[in-house]
Ligand binder design. Structure first.
Ligand SMILES: [Zn+2]
Length: 416
């Protein structure tokens, strides 16, 4: 089915543009987003038409930017929504679900946004894939570029986790390490865009198309809950783009009559070591003040979040809240999630679960209403964070006597 995307819309002044290679408004410099003719889509985009689509984000092609070409589809999306009964019991909540985005082709939700961005990039005549990244995006861009035979240039802070650098470099593109944090990398990429007009920076000059991919999280959650909406959703916050687009996704489904009721209340999750949005929300501040990140949750370490103001508005207007959790709590909750549900999440997943726990404890998340927590990336990506604490129980020489002795000892230790 063809896309119902009509053009680009300025999020600040409402100016409109065709779906071209443009990412900021020429009148007010505001950010742009893809707009749709939902009136025309009503009754055409149906539950049945969606269910007949592929098992990837492209089952929602009618509500994504029009690729106008075969989409760049490495299989992003349609990840499991798991009922988490054991974790729910520990947290004291009635109905908890995990949106398990560790299961994407390169192990993070970024595959959703990159699939969208590079599909539009191909239509718009770009020839090189690029991005500014805290790691996961670089991996996804490099993989999708390899998949379509494009060169890639991914730009990251040089001190990222070794596992994330390896997962990106293996795809054969150029990986440029920058001595600085993500905000430095992003500034550099904005300058590079001007010098290399044929490079598609997924999250810079392709940002309006890129961001739309996150809506599919909301679409899938509804569809997987039998075309209903949960009451509450916890979203990890980096730039805040995933949060605002998940909100847009629920609203589009409501407008199209694909689900009924009110949109879920969205909750944010940040690490205290990089919590510009949580801080502004807690202090009742008008603006999001940039921070210098210092946290093990590197994938969320964006000190100057582009969508921060929009997230703040949503949290205040809809009765949400935002968690802010320490590195210790993040590590503890990576373990809690793994040990109760068999899901190994990267540090961002620890942030989501620890924030969920925090907001349940302070009473802003209702334990009697349904909850979905978005687990955005796989634990193998941040193995460095747990490699010193998740270790063998004992090391022995290979004899039955030694094995029995060690096992008896460990039983005593765990019983005490
Ligand atoms: Zn504008």
């Amino acid at each position: 089915m063809a896309s119902f995307a009509t053009g680009l819309l300025c999020r600040e002044c409402g100016a409109t543009y065709p779906t071209e290679a443009r990412y900021s408004c020429e009148f007010c410099f505001g950010p742009l987003e893809v707009d749709y003719d939902l009136e025309a889509a009503k009754g055409v985009v149906t539950r049945a038409s969606i269910e007949a689509g592929p098992s990837s984000i492209w089952r929602y092609a009618a509500l994504l930017p029009d690729p106008g070409v075969e989409p760049v589809d490495l299989g992003a999306g349609w990840t499991p929504l798991r009922r988490a009964t054991r974790l729910a019991e520990v947290l004291g909540v009635k109905e908890l679900w995990l949106k398990d985005d560790t299961r994407n082709p390169t192990g993070s939700f970024k595959d959703r946004v990159v699939s969208c961005a590079l599909s539009s990039a191909r239509r718009l005549g770009f020839t090189t894939a690029a991005c500014a990244s805290t790691g996961n995006l670089a991996t996804s861009v490099a993989a999708h570029a390899a998949f379509i035979g494009w060169p890639s240039v991914t730009i990251i802070p040089s001190d990222l986790e070794k596992s994330k650098i390896a997962m990106t470099a293996i795809f054969g593109g150029t990986v440029l390490g920058v001595e600085g944090n993500y905000d430095d990398v992003n500034r550099l990429c904005v300058e590079l865009v001007a010098e290399h007009p044929d490079w598609a920076f997924a999250n810079v000059n392709l940002r309006p198309y890129y961001a739309e991919g996150s809506k599919t999280l909301a679409f899938e959650i509804c569809e997987q809950l039998g075309w209903t909406m949960p009451d509450q959703v916890v979203v990890p916050l980096a730039s805040g783009s995933q949060f605002t687009k998940v909100a847009k996704g629920f609203n589009q489904f409501i407008e199209l009559g694909l689900v009924s009721g009110t949109a879920p209340v969205l909750f944010g999750a940040q690490a205290t070591g990089c919590s510009p949005i949580a801080t502004a929300f807690a202090e009742g501040a008008e603006v999001v003040t940039p921070q210098k990140p210092n946290t093990i949750a590197r994938s969320l370490a964006i000190g100057n979040p582009a969508d921060g103001p929009y997230v703040l508005d949503n949290l205040r207007a809809k009765g949400g809240d935002c968690g802010s959790v320490s590195d210790e709590e993040i590590l503890e909750c990576i373990g809690l999630l793994a040990q109760t549900e068999g899901v190994f999440a990267e540090t961002a997943g620890g942030v989501t679960i620890a924030s969920l726990r925090q907001m349940i404890r302070r009473g802003t998340i209702d334990p009697n209403k349904s909850i979905v927590a978005i687990i955005s990336g796989h634990g193998l990506k941040t193995l460095d964070a747990v490699v010193d604490t998740a270790v063998v129980s004992a090391t022995i020489t290979p004899s039955l006597a030694n094995a029995e002795e060690a096992l008896n000892f460990l039983r005593l230790v765990s019983a005490s």
